[in-house]
Design a binder for this molecule. Structure first.
Ligand SMILES: C[S@@+](CC[C@H](N)C(=O)[O-])C[C@H]1O[C@@H](n2cnc3c(N)ncnc32)[C@H](O)[C@@H]1O
Length: 288
């Protein structure tokens, strides 16, 4: 294995520079990021998320080019694609443009951003939806303890690999459940925090039902603005939650919510709903 430390440090320095000091506000997060080896969760062959000149997503191969692979693992703003078209295309098949991305290791900066907003406290219980590689799960376990984290992944092969990744670390492993995370995991409810690393159009009712009063839900939610947003909500313990959209993110959808639905059906205000005033002294954009 190449020396990972320079890559880890460069990645953390970069996140420090452009992510508003999240590590400084959350010392546990800096500690967790430095301690959990991200490369342990990345398959030897993954797709890079940007197309090459030939229009295809290239494959990064750890064996063929270990330096480039490791650099990509610690590239702060790149998600590495681990599955396309629900597994119909394999990284072994080589570069491709066939199908949508369906699983990844989320980019490091976004992982930090989301965990900053989730802000789990030591000893709290957490439900994670969308295990993927298990990397985010391991960071959560580092914070609250493996026995307090449950993660649900809908894709059986992905779930199995994530469990193997987590068990392969030299530390206790959280529970990985194969199932539909939109239903939560009632067996261990209520949870103090719930984080989804897959995007929703509509927040599943089970999530509000399974988070305690005052507990926090953090999830990407689709918006009409051409990007997803991160919703940070506080549950009231009676099946409702209220909160804000706190930052822009970009995620793949939970399986049952891939299809477009009209925004008004999803509770969005009629657009345009913002008033823009512009002049020589600048501009102001306000909600109606
Ligand atoms: C962006 S990836 C998760 C990345 C992961 N946090 C990581 O960094 O490795 C989203 C994952 O959500 C999973 N997923 C999609 N719909 C789901 C559902 N209804 N329940 C549970 N997992 C789901 C996908 O299979 C995929 O593995």
């Amino acid at each position: 294995m190449n020396n990972r430390q320079p890559y880890v440090k460069a990645c953390m320095d970069e996140i420090d520079r452009y992510r508003g000091g999240y590590f400084n506000e959350r010392p546990w997060l800096r500690q967790a990021f430095g301690s959990v080896p991200r490369e342990h969760f990345v398959p030897d062959r993954v797709w890079w998320p940007d197309r090459d000149a030939d229009g295809l997503y290239p494959v990064l191969d750890r064996t063929a080019d270990p330096e480039r692979w490791l650099q990509a693992v610690y590239s702060p703003s790149a998600a590495l694609i681990t599955q396309i078209a629900d597994g119909a295309v394999k990284p072994e098949d080589g570069p491709t443009d066939c199908g949508d991305f369906t699983s990844s290791i989320s980019c490091a900066a976004v992982v930090v951003n989301m965990l900053h907003h989730l802000d789990p406290q030591s000893g709290e219980t957490i439900l994670e939806v969308g295990t993927g590689t298990g990397y985010n799960t391991a960071l959560l376990a580092h914070r609250v303890g493996a026995d307090r984290v449950v993660t649900v992944e809908i894709d059986p092969t992905t779930a199995e690999q994530a469990a193997a990744n987590l068990h392969g670390l030299d530390r206790p492993a959280p529970t990985v459940v194969t199932g539909d995370g939109e239903r939560g995991y009632p067996v261990r409810a209520p949870y103090d925090r719930l984080i989804s690393t897959a995007c929703v159009r509509e927040i599943p009712a089970a999530w509000m039902e399974q988070v305690r009063a005052g507990g926090i839900i953090v999830t990407p939610i689709a918006t009409p603005f051409g990007t997803d947003a991160l919703a940070q909500l506080t549950a009231d313990g009676t099946g409702h939650a209220t909160g804000r959209l706190v930052t822009a993110v970009d995620f793949m959808f939970v399986r049952s919510q891939r299809a477009f639905r009209p925004w008004r059906e999803l509770g969005w205000p009629r657009l345009p709903d913002f008033q823009v005033t512009a002049g020589p002294n600048g501009q102001e954009i306000r909600q109606h």
